[in-house]
Design a protein around this ligand. Sequence first.
Ligand code: GAP
Length: 472
Amino acid sequence: MYKLETIISLAKRRGFVFQSSEIYGGLNGCWDYGPLGVELLLKIKDSWWKAMTFRDDIEGVDASILMHPRTWDASGHTKQFSDPMIDNKVSKARFRADNLIEEHIVKLRSKNKNDEAEAIEQKLANIKENNDYLTIILEHGIKDPVSGTVEWTEVRNFNLMFKTFIGPLEEASSVVYLRPESAQGIFVNFKNVAETARQKVPFGIAQIGKAFRNEINTKNFLFRTREFEQMEMQYFVKPGAELEWFDYWKKQRWQWYIDMGMDESKMRWKNHDKLAHYANHAVDIEFEFPFGWGEIEGIHSRTDFDLRNHQEFSGKKMEYVDAVNNERYLPFVVETSGGVSRGLMAFLCNAYSEEQVTDDKGNTEVRTILRFSPKLAPITAAVFPLVNKDGMPELAQSVYRDLQKSMKVQYDSSGAIGRRYRRQDEIGTPFCITIDGESLTENTVTIRERDSMKQDRISIDKIKNYISDKIY
Ligand code: GAP
C-alpha cells in the first residue's frame, strides 16, 4: 500500500489536482482539477453515463443546483441533515463527536486495547441522542487532540447545507440552499420525465452534478470535500419490487468498478447499521484507500419517502398511473449514488504503483506507473519521433494529428525515448507510439503497452483499431 502523500504529490506534480485558490493559501475542502484531472473526471463520468443511459429504461436530466427551499423541508434535509458537533472549551476546536470517538477507537486498537475499543463500538451503534456521545467521550476520557484536555461542551447538531440568498435582499424569505445531494432534482422531475419520455415503471433517471456540504472534517484529500460531484440514478419501481431491484443494482454497480479496472480485492460491501432518514435498506461499496476503508458509492432503497413528501409539501400529485393494470401508486425508489471526485481518488490510488526496472546498461531505477484502465486513462496515446530528423517528426506529427481527431493524445519529442516512456507511465498513458526509421519505409510504427512494456509493430492505418479494441 502506497502512502496517500505519495499519491497526492504525483497528482499535484503532474497536474491532476491542485489546491483551490492556492495562491491565497488554499480553501479548505475545495480542490481544482488540472489538465489531467479534468480528463480523468470526464472519462469517469462518460463511462458512468454510458453504462446508465445507453439502455431503454433510464433517462438523463441535469437539474439546477439551487432549488425551491421547500424541497429541503420535504426531503428532510432542513431538519435531519446534520452532524453532532462538540467544542473543546480550552482550544475552541470543533469536532464531529462521532469522528472523535472513532479516532479514539483506532488509537485503542493500535495499542491492542481491543476490549475497550469493542465496548465503545457497541455504545456507538446504540446512540439514541446527542447526550450519548458526550457520555462516551467523558466516560472514556477522550481528550482534545489540540489542548489535551477533557473540557467539552454539550453536543449540538450542525446542519451541513450551505445557505445563500436569492435576489438582492439577504432576509429569511430569500434563503436558498446549495443542494447537498443531486437526487432531489430527480424526484421533483419524476412526473415530467415519466410523461415526456413516455417511460413506464420500472424506469430510472440519471444525473451527474455538483453537490455541496459544509463538512466539518475535510481531511484525506478528495475523500470528504465541501464541493463535490455526484453521479446518481434513481430507479422507480412498483412497491414490493424494491428488494429485487436493490440486488440487481448492487450487482451492476459492483461490476462497473471492475470494468473500469478496479482491483476487486480492494473493494468490499458494507451494510449500513445506521440508516439515513429516507432509507429502509442501504449498502456501500467501500474501497481500501491508503488511510483505510471508505465508502465510494451507496446503494439505497429509499421507499416512497421522497415522492410522498414532495406530494405532501407541494400539494401536487406524484403518483404513477399504470394504465394497463388500471392502478395508481407512488413508486418506491432504489438509488445508486456515487461520488465522482471520491471515485477519481479511488481510481488514482488503485492505479498507483512503483516497480524496479533495469535498463540495457544494467542500471536500475524506479518506474512509477498509473495503471489506469485504457477506458479511464486521461491521455489515451502518446506519439514520439525516435529522433528529431530524417523526416520522422513530420510523419509523427501526421500520425498525432490524425489520432487527435478521435482521442486525447500527446506529442513528445524531447529527451531520450526511455525518459519519454517514463513520463507517460507516470500519468498512466496506456499506449506509446514511436515513429522510427522503419516507419518511413514500411509505414509501420511500434506501439508499446504501458503495463507489460511489450512492443508490437503495426501498420499506421491499424493504430486506431488497435487502440479502440482495447477501449471498448
Ligand atoms: N443521494 C444519496 C446520497 O447523497 P451519500 O451517501 O450521502 O448519499 C453518496 O453520498 C456519495 O457521494 C458517496 O458515496 C460519496 O462517493 C459521495 N460523497 C458524499 N459526501 C461527499 C463529500 N463530502 N466529498 C466527496 N464525496 C462525497
